[in-house]
Write a protein that binds this ligand. Structure first.
Ligand SMILES: Cc1cc2nc3c(=O)[nH]c(=O)nc-3n(C[C@H](O)[C@H](O)[C@H](O)COP(=O)(O)OP(=O)(O)OC[C@H]3O[C@@H](n4cnc5c(N)ncnc54)[C@H](O)[C@@H]3O)c2cc1C
Length: 382
């Protein structure tokens, strides 16, 4: 695969992989067991371009090409799903602040995020507005010098763990719905409830329900234009799709490496199971899924770097890489026999984490509908 990367891109991949293997991988098992996350180590990772890579240099970021960011997410996914998703959300928060934040908002939120001193959540989904994100109902009513928010959000990654958030609401002014708008919500000035919902994958993240009951948010915390929140959020989600796709490529790569290691050392019927044809078939299928996924992900990244919108390519990568990671993890688990179902084996975690790859940032079905519309000119969404 190296022929697809420039010398600089290969160097980035190798350096990050070596850092993650040495510094992060040994911590994963204990954190997953305890359902904790090493927040204090994130700043050290940002030196490679995580989170800062999506922010222009003029705002203090690293402004990396999407191809470099794709490589970073692939390596994070190979190491640890909870790390990949945490970095992805921090990247979405940073990009959104960079795109729409005022100088004061950048000072208070973006600069500390890029320094790994503050962490943000990204709150779009609601109990009754998932795939149909535009139908969200959380309301922010203008009152005096601020807004009073009522409603709830669900499945918000790391809302317990982060210290502020970007909240998507419907702004109501003079009884008129002004549209979906992003608000910066800081618990130091706005009070709301957070509840972690126990979940199967990504055990070192929290997946939270947020409840806003007459929560006050100052007017200076409006992020971007009133009514401009949905397009702001969707821009972040488009890049998030590619990041999720590349995380899935990394997860499939981890399944491949662990499967090769295992089947070379496991012996049955007097020989290594690597010599059995049906075992080889499983390994080759994992390898094929991994390599084809990688090609689609890199293609989407190069398309964005060429200045194209890349929505079709990102959707296809998200669909294919997410579904392929699930199949790769299923095969890896099967190849491990009983050992694959034990928490001592990393493939038990890969299997759980792979189930997440087809749901957030638009489910596989929603990606199919985007692709169908692009190919056929008819929307089947509604
Ligand atoms: C681990 C995890 C982390 C998440 N983190 C965040 C986060 O940080 N911030 C955030 O805002 N959200 C987050 N989400 C929410 C995520 O974006 C939603 O779960 C996702 O958009 C799907 O919405 P839903 O779960 O309500 O499913 P639904 O929209 O209810 O879909 C249910 C099923 O119906 C299908 N479906 C829906 N509409 C159609 C249609 N028109 N045609 C065909 N099939 C359809 C879907 O594909 C799915 O199979 C997270 C979710 C998970 C699981």
């Amino acid at each position: 695969m190296s022929v697809l990367l420039s010398e600089e891109e290969r160097a980035l991949r190798d350096t990050v992989r070596s850092f993650l293997d040495k510094k992060i991988a040994p911590l994963v098992s204990d954190h997953e067991q305890a359902r904790t996350f090493p927040w204090d180590l994130l700043a050290e990772l940002y030196q490679f371009g995580y989170v800062r890579g999506g922010v222009p240099e003029s705002l203090g970021g690293d402004e990396l090409p999407m191809m470099m960011q794709a490589i970073l997410m692939e390596e994070a996914g190979r190491c640890w799903g909870s790390l990949r998703t945490t970095l992805n959300v921090q990247g979405m928060v940073a990009r959104t602040l960079a795109a729409a934040g005022t100088q004061a908002q950048r000072d208070t939120f973006l600069d500390p995020v890029m320094a790994g001193q503050r962490f943000g959540w990204f709150g779009l989904t609601e109990p009754d507005a998932g795939s149909d994100a535009g139908s969200l109902r959380t309301r922010a009513r203008r009152e005096g010098d601020g807004y009073v928010v009522n409603g709830s959000k669900i499945y918000i990654t790391n809302a317990l763990g982060c210290d502020f958030g970007i909240l998507f609401v419907r702004v109501i002014e003079d009884e008129v719905d002004r549209g979906v708008t992003a608000l910066l919500v800081d618990p130091a000035e706005s009070s709301f409830q957070v509840r972690d919902i126990p979940h199967m994958p990504l055990r070192s993240t929290t997946s939270c329900e947020l409840t806003f009951d007459n929560t006050y948010v100052p007017a200076e915390n409006v992020l971007g234009e009133i009514g401009g929140g949905l397009s702001l959020g969707m821009k972040a989600v488009n890049a998030g799709r590619l990041n999720m796709a590349m995380g899935a490529v990394g997860l499939a790569q981890a399944c491949l490496e662990e499967s090769i290691r295992f089947c070379k050392q496991r012996e049955q019927f007097g020989k290594t199971i690597a010599a059995f044809q049906l075992v080889q078939q499983m390994v080759v299928e994992i390898a094929s899924l991994t390599e084809t996924s990688r090609l689609l992900g890199y293609h989407a990244a190069r398309t964005l770097d060429a200045g194209e919108p890349g929505r079709y390519e990102c959707s296809m990568a998200k669909l294919y890489c997410g579904e392929s990671a699930g199949r790769a993890a299923t095969l890896a688990l099967q190849l491990h026999g009983g050992a694959g179902l034990m928490e001592e084996s990393p493939v038990e975690r890969y299997f759980r984490d792979a189930r997440e790859a087809t749901i957030p940032e638009g489910t596989s079905q929603i990606q199919i509908l985007h692709l169908g519309k692009a190919l056929l000119g008819h929307s089947a969404l509604r």
